[in-house]
Design a protein around this ligand. Structure first.
Ligand code: 9WN
Length: 454
């Protein structure tokens, strides 16, 4: 009993600390990922934040997603950053004067009253909206939360499937390394090598004011990120016109889209009796759960056909420009574990791979690394080239639990909580030592701790 109360009070302490981070990082309508490094609203961060915030304030969790979706473009895209006009331009690069969304993005339907980036991030939002609803269904119904969000989420998925199937293989492509949220994954090294870097003096990296250079992408990476984003902008952010020299099908992005498509089916079932007609929304829109489930099955089949590598025992990224798979093991290739209805042999192989020598869960490491422990580019501290990230580990925990790996899921949950507690809610940690890197008091780390403690 003494031990139980000791761990009980440790959990209470951690819960309080996580709450304090989320309260401090709340700016009135949304949450910044980090007060110092990322002082605006980020797309997939907000989805993960909402998943934790629902335990603290279901209303704030709803508003987090509503604020993000208020900046949605006319073509359905949800921008990866929504800029706070009160923050000085030099606090984060690239700033609104680089993206110039309200003017350069006008043809793609960028909003006129708010500045955003022009690229996207993984579509975790419908999954987050469904989880937020379930935290307080009465409040959600009273506020018309799902009814208002549903058409926007449908338009978001439609943007991805209609404008971003660049490989014409029924999968979504990302067109910039910032889009899959794993900026400098070794998977992008090959496709990025074909991109002409922007001149070194043509931009100033604000991230190095806050983060150690050894923990961040290199200057050469940044020069290529800038070139790709500027090319997209200079073509009006129109996918039919932009050269998209970088185009990759990422299994993580597609897996999250599928999980979110299943969530859209749940949402459609929930609102079906009240949705017809949706005031203010496109008139033809009806909540159709079956259509969402069908689309989820089609995407799952395309994911397995297009990205599964039986020999590797995991999914691989596919370089649309070269027409070849990318021979690097990113943790993105394990994220399909969260997808319902994967073939049995695929699930079995993924579960072996996560515990095998490349990801080492339960052996060499207690948290799943972002990249192959044995990979030639593995670096335990450099961002997405090895460190363990909390959002990814939250997804892996969910995947393990969904497939009945309860002991592995419990151990991973305990390791996530311990690493968050000892690192002051770090942005990412060394997968071997658990030492914190990047920014501290990081919002999704705190939010997902709250969710796991719940
Ligand atoms: C670029 C905000 C974001 C995360 C990404 C992470 C990092 C930005 C950056 O921070 O990317 O979008 O400036 O490095 O890679 O996953 O959403 O937390």
């Amino acid at each position: 009993p003494a031990q139980r109360s000791a761990s009980g009070s440790a959990a209470d302490g951690l819960r309080d600390a996580a709450r304090r981070v989320l309260l401090r990082n709340w700016t009135g309508g949304s949450t910044v990922p980090s007060r110092s490094l990322y002082p605006h609203q980020w797309s997939w961060d907000s989805a993960f934040v909402a998943i934790g915030l629902r335990h603290l304030s279901p209303e704030r969790a709803q508003r987090e997603l509503e604020t993000l979706l208020a900046a949605q473009w006319g073509d359905g895209r949800v921008p990866h950053i929504v800029f706070n006009p009160a923050v000085p331009l030099d606090a984060y690069f690239p700033s609104p004067d680089f993206w110039r969304s309200s003017t350069a993005g006008a043809a793609a339907g960028a909003p006129a009253d708010v500045e955003t980036s022009g690229i996207v991030q993984p579509p975790v939002h419908a999954l987050a909206a469904w989880l937020v609803h379930r935290a307080d269904p009465a409040l959600s119904r009273r506020r018309g939360f799902l009814r208002r969000l549903y058409p926007k989420l449908v338009a978001w998925h439609h943007y991805l499937t209609a404008h971003r199937d660049l490989g014409r293989r029924g999968l979504v492509s990302v067109v910039h390394p910032w889009e899959p949220g794993m900026d400098n994954s070794p998977c992008w090294d090959g496709p990025l090598a074909r991109v002409e870097p922007a001149p070194p003096g043509s931009f100033r990296r604000a991230d190095l004011d806050h983060g150690s250079a050894a923990d961040r992408p290199t200057d050469l990476d940044y020069a290529r990120y800038v070139r790709l984003a500027a090319d997209y902008r200079d073509h009006g952010y129109l996918d039919a016109r932009a050269p998209h020299r970088f185009a990759v099908e990422d299994p993580g992005v597609n897996a999250l889209l599928i999980a979110s498509e299943h969530a859209l089916a749940d949402i459609a079932e929930e609102i079906a009796p009240e949705i017809a007609p949706v005031s203010g929304a496109r008139e033809e829109l009806r909540a159709d759960a079956d259509a969402h489930r069908r689309r989820a099955r089609e995407l799952t089949a395309a994911l397995v056909d297009g990205l599964w590598d039986a020999e590797a025992g995991q999914f691989l990224c596919f370089d649309v420009r070269s027409g070849r798979p990318i021979a690097e093991r990113s943790v993105a290739g394990l994220l399909p574990l969260i997808v319902p209805g994967l073939p049995r042999d695929v699930v079995g192989a993924l579960l072996d791979t996560v515990r095998g020598e490349h990801f080492g869960l339960g052996g060499a490491v207690r948290l799943v690394p972002s990249y192959d422990l044995r990979g030639h580019a593995f670096d335990p501290r450099r961002y997405w080239r090895g460190p363990a990230w909390f959002n990814i580990n939250w997804l892996m925990e969910r995947g393990l639990r969904q497939h009945g790996r309860t002991a592995d899921a419990d151990a991973l949950r305990a390791a996530v909580l311990a690493a968050a507690a000892s690192s002051d809610f770090a942005e990412y940690v060394d997968p071997h030592t658990g030492a914190g890197h990047g920014s501290r008091e990081f919002s999704w780390t705190a939010a997902l701790v709250l969710d796991l403690l719940h």
